[in-house]
Design a protein around this ligand. Structure first.
Ligand SMILES: NC(=O)c1ccc[n+]([C@@H]2O[C@H](COP(=O)([O-])OP(=O)(O)OC[C@H]3O[C@@H](n4cnc5c(N)ncnc54)[C@H](OP(=O)(O)O)[C@@H]3O)[C@@H](O)[C@H]2O)c1
Length: 240
């Protein structure tokens, strides 16, 4: 059987790192990226010949396509690209530098890499793009407005990409992963509930990849919260 090749953008910690370990375990050849090169060493690797790391800052837009191209030529192809790089900051005082940084990562970096991947998959006639958005993208948030708004952008953009590639049928898949809370550095603060262990999140994402799902909620029960979020009136939302 042909060995599958995957790139994970943002795999130095959290969901991306756990996915890298799982894909390696499943026999994939994996290209991983992130800014913190030292953390790459902590990925549990049995066979170092099947993993390649490239330092990447997704805010540095002019470098992204070249790094993706380098990874693909080093790996000799690409079947799957997962974008797990993302940030969110509490910013009640609306410091624009904070909002701008979130926009650069979650919108500009995301779009540049997603577009590169879709162009690549169209050229070869098949492929699978996965992005980790969030339940947060469904409604606005007064404490971290840019986080929820950029996740709303991702959800909408992925739907657009799915329409963009419709003539490829099931040969090109776009999967939108919408977690509630996953136990990583990003899930900070009080009042967290239904927090999924990161390994469980990675396993559910891998199942969704195999099933070529378009949308995945992590965990499943968060689909219920998503439904509620969509229908609750603003007068209630502002009090949550
Ligand atoms: N954890 C949750 O509860 C939760 C819920 C919903 C959605 N999500 C989403 O899941 C995704 C993964 O987050 P996580 O929970 O796994 O958090 P995490 O542990 O903080 O992982 C974030 C990853 O993104 C990378 N990254 C961040 N900024 C980057 C940049 N400028 N350039 C390159 N890589 C960058 C980080 O690598 P470096 O720092 O090394 O660059 C790291 O590998 C995010 O998009 C997040 O919004 C998480």
């Amino acid at each position: 059987m042909k060995m599958k090749k995957a790139i994970i953008i943002g795999a130095t910690s959290g969901i991306g790192k756990s996915l890298a370990e799982l894909l390696l375990h499943e026999g994939f050849e994996v290209g991983v990226t992130g800014r913190r090169e030292e953390l790459f060493q902590s990925i549990k690797i049995q066979e170092t010949s099947r993993i390649v790391f490239k330092k990447m800052d997704v805010q540095d837009l002019s470098t992204l396509e070249a790094i993706c191209n380098e990874l693909v030529s080093q790996m000799g192809g690409l079947d799957l690209l997962i974008i797990s790089a993302g940030i969110g900051e509490e910013n009640k005082n609306l410091n624009f530098d904070v909002e701008h940084s979130v926009i650069k990562t979650n919108i500009q970096g995301f779009t540049c890499i997603a577009d590169w991947a879709v162009r690549y998959f169209k050229e070869q006639g098949y492929g699978h793009l996965v992005n980790i958005s969030s339940i947060a993208g469904i409604r606005g948030n007064g404490i971290a407005p840019s986080y929820n708004a950029t996740k709303a952008y991702q959800i909408n953009y992925l739907e657009g990409l799915r329409i963009n590639v419709k003539e490829y049928g099931s040969s090109i898949t776009i999967t939108d992963v919408r977690p509630g809370f996953v136990d990583t550095a990003m899930a900070k603060g009080e009042g967290l509930f239904w927090v999924a262990p990161v390994q469980k999140a990675a396993e559910q994402i891998f199942e969704a990849i195999k099933e070529k799902k378009q949308v995945l909620y992590i965990t499943k029960r968060w689909k219920l919260i998503a439904l509620l979020l969509r229908i609750i009136p603003f007068s209630i939302l502002k009090r949550i």
